[in-house]
Design a protein around this ligand. Structure first.
Ligand code: NAD
Length: 370
């Protein structure tokens, strides 16, 4: 089915829900007057901030790039010139806490190596700033809980950088699941990975457990877990997992490839694959009355999918991170639902811990109570 035909049919079929799927949520408010744009400060100006978040913040409607926090003085100059950031909105890791006095920063977005997330999220919350924490939320469930507790105590909002919850193809999968369009889901398989060979820095932090908390599972694995959960609409009740290493000399400190199987309360079975040694980017669900899939499921887009009805799942492409940050801004200013609350980041790290436990115990089935 051609894109326009599919989209028209979808709009007619599911009314308001399709509208939210088809048109970015933010658009629904674009004509509202006096909508405050929230100031975001990015903490950590590495690859993701440079090539995804800062460009996305040029497309957002309800938030803007207001400040930066960096440990590299040269980046202060480059970023302030490129994005017109005033001197008083530039911080380093040491003077970061003085951000408490800066009213032009509403949200702090932590984009550092995983093991640094908890420290900076907690400091941001204590400074009275709303917080977006990149994925994985932290390197342990205790750290995730500490972030949640600090944000609650400081009365600030908290979200995790799972950009796909604001992404229309993913929202369409969530709609299909919610409305049981293909009946009961019996099996889901989700795969997310990419080879990390060829990185010019073999000592990159993702291969260093002290900074990453783990390898492929902590990196793309959380996306595979996410896909299995929003692709069934359920939390798993057990997990069994296996680890494979084809190149132990390269992956000395962190996991290269992990597979895991979930049991869900409905009886559905899930299988996930994640790797730092193979490209994988898919979600497929087999149901009583057909199937649905995203065959580009986790990357920055455009995503793509199809169903057993012959439909292509295709929506116009927008930067996912712009949609994500606008959704969070509207959660703060308009009390719209928080699409990715801290509890979701914590839930996923509890699952990650259970997967590592299963591997450690030789593939034992680990019960989950989420
Ligand atoms: P990166 O290595 O490109 O950048 C990391 C930044 O942290 C750099 O600016 C570096 O200078 C700084 N840093 C401070 N202390 C450091 C230390 N001790 N070691 C290494 N770097 C240090 O990483 P990235 O790809 O930008 O990832 C940052 C975070 O964003 C990670 O948590 C990652 O999982 C997350 N991320 C999320 C997505 C997504 O799709 N949501 C995509 C990419 C990255």
């Amino acid at each position: 089915m051609k894109r326009r035909a599919f989209n028209t049919k979808l709009s007619k079929a599911v009314g308001g829900i399709a509208l939210v799927s088809n048109i970015p949520l933010a658009c629904a408010f674009e004509n509202q007057e006096n909508q405050k744009s929230l100031g975001i400060a990015l903490v950590g100006l590495g690859t993701y901030s440079t090539y995804e978040l800062a460009p996305s913040l040029q497309e957002t409607k309800y938030c803007h790039l207001a400040g930066i926090v960096t440990g590299t003085p040269e980046k202060e100059i480059i970023w302030s010139e490129k994005y017109n950031i005033p001197k008083e909105n530039i911080y380093n890791y040491d003077n970061f806490d003085t951000i408490i006095h800066n009213d032009s920063i509403d949200i702090v977005y932590v984009v550092l190596p995983n093991a640094m997330h908890a420290d900076f999220c907690i400091r941001a919350a204590k400074a009275g700033k709303h917080v977006i924490c990149e994925k994985p939320m932290a390197v342990s469930s205790e750290e995730c809980q500490a972030i949640i507790d600090t944000c609650e105590k400081a009365n600030v909002k908290l979200s995790v950088g799972y950009r796909l919850h604001s992404e229309p193809h993913t929202q369409e999968i969530q709609r299909i699941v919610k409305e049981k369009e293909f009946g009961k889901i019996n099996f889901i398989t989700t795969e997310a990975g990419y080879p990390s060979y060829g990185n010019p820095d073999p000592g990159q932090w993702r291969l260093n457990k002290a900074l990453s908390g783990g390898g492929a599972l902590m990196n793309m694995g959380v996306y595979a877990i996410q896909g299995a959960l929003y692709g069934t609409g359920e939390n798993p009740i057990s997990v069994t997992a296996q680890e494979f290493s084809t190149n132990p000399d390269y992956f000395k400190d962190t996991d290269e490839t992990i597979t895991a199987q979930f049991e869900f309360p409905s009886g559905a079975i899930g299988s996930i694959f994640t790797s730092h040694n193979a490209k994988a980017d898919r979600l497929y669900a087999s149901c009583d009355k057909g199937w649905f899939e995203l065959d580009i499921a986790y990357t920055y887009g455009p995503l793509h999918g199809r169903t057993s009805k012959g439909n292509e799942i295709v929506f116009p492409h927008k930067r996912q991170q712009a949609l994500q940050m606008d959704d969070f801004a509207l959660h703060i200013t308009k009390s719209l639902p928080n699409k990715v609350p801290g509890s979701m980041g914590l839930r996923d790290i509890i699952i990650v811990e259970a997967i590592y436990q299963s591997i450690k115990e030789g593939g034992k089935k680990i019960a989950l109570d989420l």
